[in-house]
Write a protein that binds this ligand. Structure first.
Ligand SMILES: Nc1ncnc2c1ncn2[C@@H]1O[C@H](COP(=O)(O)OP(=O)(O)OP(=O)(O)O)[C@@H](O)[C@H]1O
Ligand SMILES: [Mg+2]
Length: 283
C-alpha cells in the first residue's frame, strides 16, 4: 500500500493524502501542502512532506505514527510555535502563519497541553489554571470562580488551593487541561498528555477527556503512541509515515459515544486497532 494508490474500501478509509471530509466550509482547521525541513547542525532534516488535512468543527483527531515521524512537529506548526517551510494552515478561515510570522489574531481560541504539565510550582492549582485569564486581564473574583468551575470539570474539585507538588501526575495533567480550557478554546492541541501515566490513570483520563470534549465542544488534535487510546478517543485516526512524515491513512472510528471501557472489548474496536497496528508494523 502506498499513498499514491488510493483504494476505496467499504469502511471509507482514506489512503490518499488529499484534503479530507468535513463538508466544505465546515472545516475549522485546514492544513494544506505543509512541508517542514529543519536546518540542523548535521544537515537538513525533512520532517514533514505535503501534509493535507481538513478538520471539522468539534471533531476529535488522533495523530499516530512511529517515533520521529513528525507528530510533534505538526502539532507545533498547528500551535503557531513553529513556522512550516511551505504550505498553509488556517483556523476558522484565518491563516495562522503569514510569511513566516505568526498571526496572533488566529490564536485567540487555541489551548495547548503537552506531555509535561508545566505548572508553576509556586502557584496554587487555581492560580495556575486561571493564569491565562489573568494575562487576558480578567479580575480576581471572576478568575477564581472560573478556576473552581474548571477544577470541577476536570475532576479536581477541592484542589483549588493545593500546590502542584501535592498532586499526582494524573492530577497535574488534569490541572494542565483545565488551564488550557480556561479561556474556552475552540481548538485544543494535545501532545502525548497522558504518556507518563500508569494504565489505570490513563483509562480514567481518557474517559474524562471524552466527557470534557463532549461538554466543551472543542476541536481536538491529540498525539499519542497508544493505538488503543487513539481509537478510543477519536472520530478519525491519522497515521503518519516515518520521515519525512506524510499522511499514510485516515481511519474513521464510527463507534457510538459516549464510549466506555467496555467499548474496548467490542469486535469493532479491536478490528480498527488491529488494522492500525498492522499498518504501523508495515512502516
Ligand atoms: N529542532 C529540531 N531541529 C532539527 N531536527 C528536529 C528538530 N525537532 C525535531 N527534529 C527532527 O524532526 C523529526 C520529527 O520530529 P518530531 O519531534 O516531530 O517527531 P515525533 O513524531 O513527535 O516523535 P516522538 O513520537 O518520538 O515524539 C525527527 O527526525 C527529529 O529528529
Ligand atoms: Mg513527539
Amino acid at each position: 500500500m502506498t499513498t499514491e494508490t488510493p483504494q476505496q474500501s467499504p469502511a471509507t478509509r482514506t489512503e490518499v493524502p488529499g484534503i479530507q471530509p468535513g463538508a466544505s466550509g465546515e472545516a475549522q482547521l485546514e492544513v494544506v501542502g505543509v512541508d517542514k525541513t529543519y536546518q540542523a547542525r548535521r544537515g537538513e532534516v525533512h520532517a514533514l512532506s505535503n501534509v493535507n488535512l481538513s478538520i471539522g468543527r468539534g471533531e476529535f483527531i488522533s495523530l499516530v505514527g512511529r517515533s520521529g515521524c513528525g507528530k510533534t512537529t505538526l502539532l507545533r506548526i498547528l500551535a503557531g510555535l513553529l513556522p512550516p517551510t511551505s504550505g498553509t494552515v488556517t483556523a476558522d478561515g484565518q491563516s495562522i502563519w503569514r510569511g513566516g510570522k505568526r498571526n496572533d489574531e488566529a490564536f485567540e481560541h487555541f489551548g495547548l497541553v503537552f506531555q509535561d504539565a508545566n505548572l508553576f510550582p509556586w502557584y496554587t492549582v487555581a492560580d495556575n489554571v486561571s493564569l491565562p485569564l489573568k494575562l487576558r486581564g480578567m479580575g480576581k473574583r471572576a478568575r477564581r470562580a472560573r478556576a473552581t468551575e474548571l477544577c470541577e470539570l476536570v475532576g479536581l474539585p477541592g484542589f483549588e488551593n493545593a500546590y502542584p507538588r501535592e498532586l499526582s501526575g494524573g492530577m497535574r495533567q488534569r490541572a494542565a487541561i483545565a488551564r488550557a480550557l480556561s479561556y474556552d478554546p475552540t481548538i485544543l492541541l494535545m501532545d502525548e498528555p497522558f504518556g507518563a501515566l500508569d494504565a489505570l490513570t490513563r483509562d480514567k483520563m481518557n474517559l474524562e477527556l471524552q466527557s470534557i470534549h463532549a461538554q466543551a465542544g472543542a476541536t481536538v488534535v491529540f498525539v499519542t503512541h497508544s493505538i488503543s487510546e487513539a481509537v478510543f478517543l477519536a472520530d478519525r485516526v491519522v497515521l503518519l509515515t516515518p520521515r519525512p512524515g506524510r499522511i499514510r491513512s485516515i481511519t474513521p472510528v464510527p463507534l457510538a459515544r459516549p464510549r466506555s471501557l467496555e467499548t474496548e472489548t467490542s469486535v469493532e474496536f479491536q478490528t480498527i486497532v488491529r488494522e492500525l497496528r498492522h499498518e504501523l508494523d508495515e512502516e
